[in-house]
Design a protein around this ligand. Structure first.
Ligand code: HEM
Length: 550
């Protein structure tokens, strides 16, 4: 009971009493808690055959649907995840900043006036479902079915309560609405998919996740059913929605709170933004934001990342031990226990993070993740189940902040909030009211800013290739692979296969520098080195884009 009302307090007290590894009795379950980089390794280095996610996340089945993700055998689940991972590769996201920027502008033009007040968390909750569906779900939802999808998603979302975690099928009104909504979403996608199949040529032009899932083939030659596609889309929206809106909310709250106390974090973000904006007023008009511009905003990146360190939206990761899991020479997690790591505890350990309770984005501007012990920053998880949407999340949150901060001035009028640990994705307690005032447009509109570096990069950017890559047939020469040797465009060769790991570089627990040393070239020896857990080949599967032709 104590754990349910104060989970982090209980864990901290447990650590004080028993050390970095201890077990709590939770009704009929034994829950082993692992704290600190060394015990975390036992969690993140485990394979699916040793540590099961499905058993602990099965309460999601009524939402995702039968036969989807946690309700299928591991081999099938791996293939579903591979299909999703391919759809979320950074190369497939390049059209999204413009769509998100336009949606954001439209949202604020239609709902906010010249000056007023708003609950910023509510605002982001609404906006992010709009930008998320506009990008990931394709034109049918975006143009015709958005209102319906929005309503159904709300019913699904409200159908996931703390009670649902323990009794997902309890006969409550919220569960009944959830089940009706899931059925309607299945029907909605069935209609979309049938329509696309009637006109395969036009359908090929779509580059959204729906199309990529439609094009995917299981290893036994079968295709996803319509309902599986609907379930995967719901799973994606669920993974993406609250995590991103909470992150956007905390980031702006931290920036505004710092400004209220006389700090300069917000000012630095705005100055950086103005440096990369191709011409005055471009961002507020929803133009000029792309992945290169975003890559040129390290300060904004640091501000978002530090918000995730302080308040990770997901505070626990759980697994069921299918075998005894060794932690060190003396200890193991016994087979049958649930075991967990806590992102929220891990990212505030004083022995790892200096001044852990302070929001200090500068730590990311100067720190390389490799200077930290492995598995210290785990906001996006680690190991084989590292978040697949991390690139999308950063892209979405930063694009929205660019449009917002270039359009309005803000002031936080309520107290800085505490986190609400009773919600499944941890949100700030509300209300979080901001006073906004629309900024005057810059009179020099149309005059390019002096940002030749970005502008030239954009001018020289090659025609983007959004065609689906079938990783089993695509061939590359070593010279072609060698061109992809930078931090934001990084390919590797391992045992003759080519992997595009651009989205993973900054999550690499061994640091970016180690990957840059082998970028664009042969990395078999390094990847198979003793420093890596046996889970690496599985993780790599996500990034497979082809083979080398010698
Ligand atoms: C700030 C935003 C986000 C945070 C903090 C976050 C965090 C996480 C974490 C901690 C995990 C690991 C779960 C575990 O090991 O049990 C995870 C997994 C995952 N995330 Fe995210 N996430 C975010 C945004 C997104 C977005 C935008 C998407 C999709 C568009 C997404 C898709 C996924 C998927 C598919 C997985 C499962 C990966 C697997 O099991 O192999 N996430 N996320």
């Amino acid at each position: 009971m104590k754990f349910a009302s104060d989970p982090l307090g209980t864990i901290r007290a447990g650590r004080q009493q028993c050390g970095d590894v201890f077990t709590l009795r939770m009704l009929t379950e034994q829950l082993t808690v692992l704290i600190g980089p060394a015990p975390h390794a036992a969690f993140f280095n485990s394979t699916d055959e040793e540590a099961d996610q499905a058993d602990v996340y099965k309460f999601m089945t009524p939402i995702f649907g039968n036969g989807v993700v946690y309700d299928c055998p591991i081999e099938k689940r791996r293939q579903q995840m591979r299909a999703l991972g391919a759809a979320l590769k950074p190369g497939n996201l390049r059209l999204y900043p413009e769509i998100i920027a336009q949606e954001t502008k439209r949202y604020f033009d239609s709902r906010w006036g010249e000056e007023g007040t708003a609950d910023i968390h509510q605002t982001f909750a609404d906006l992010i479902i709009q930008t998320g569906s506009a990008t990931l779900m394709g034109p049918e939802i975006r143009n015709e079915l958005f209102d319906e999808m929005y309503r159904l998603y709300q019913d699904l979302d409200k159908g996931l309560t703390p009670l649902s975690v323990f009794f997902p099928y309890a006969p409550t009104a919220a569960h009944a609405r959830r089940d009706a909504a899931r059925k309607s979403i299945g029907q909605l996608f069935t209609k979309i998919i049938h329509k696309r199949r009637e006109d395969p040529e036009a359908s090929k032009a779509n580059q959204d996740i729906v199309q990529r899932l439609m094009d995917f083939t299981y290893s036994d030659g079968s295709k996803f059913t319509e309902d599986e596609i609907a379930g995967m889309m719901v799973a994606t929206l669920f993974a993406a929605q609250h995590t991103s809106n909470v992150t956007a909310t905390w980031t702006i709250l931290f920036l505004l709170e710092d400004a209220r106390k006389g700090g300069n974090y917000l000012k630095r973000a705005i100055e950086e933004m103005r440096k990369v904006e191709p011409e005055p007023n471009a961002f507020r008009d929803g133009r000029g934001i792309d992945h290169k511009v975003l890559a040129d905003q390290p300060w904004l990146y640091a501000c978002v990342k530090e918000a995730i360190r302080m308040h990770p939206p997901i505070i626990f990761l759980l697994r069921r031990a299918l075998v005894d899991i060794p932690i060190n020479a003396e200890m193991h997690v016994p087979k049958g226990n649930i075991f967990m790591v806590s992102n929220a505890i891990a990212q505030r350990l004083p022995e790892v993070f200096e001044r852990p309770d302070e929001y200090l984005p500068d730590r990311w501007a100067t720190w390389d993740i490799s200077t930290l012990p492995k598995y210290s920053f785990i906001g996006f998880g680690a190991g084989i189940h590292t978040c697949m949407g991390e690139s999308f999340a950063f892209l979405q949150v930063r694009t929205i902040l660019n449009v917002l901060l270039s359009t309005f001035e803000f002031e936080l009028t309520t107290e800085f909030p505490t986190p609400d640990y009773e919600s499944i994705v941890v949100m700030p307690h509300g209300p979080n009211i901001v006073h906004y005032r629309r900024k005057a447009r810059d009179a020099s509109s149309g005059v390019p800013r002096s940002v030749p570096a970005v502008a030239q990069q954009k001018a020289a950017a090659p025609q983007l290739d959004f065609k689906e890559v079938d990783p089993t047939t695509k061939l590359f020469t070593r010279a072609e692979v060698a061109l992809h040797n930078k931090r934001d465009d990084l390919w590797l060769i391992v045992r003759g296969k080519v992997y595009d790991i651009s989205s993973y570089v900054h999550l690499h627990q061994g640091g970016e520098a180690a990957l840059l040393r082998v970028a664009g070239g042969e990395a078999t020896e390094q990847v198979e080195g003793p420093q890596h857990p046996g889970t690496v080949p599985t993780l790599l599967q996500r990034f497979l884009i082809g083979s080398v032709v010698d």
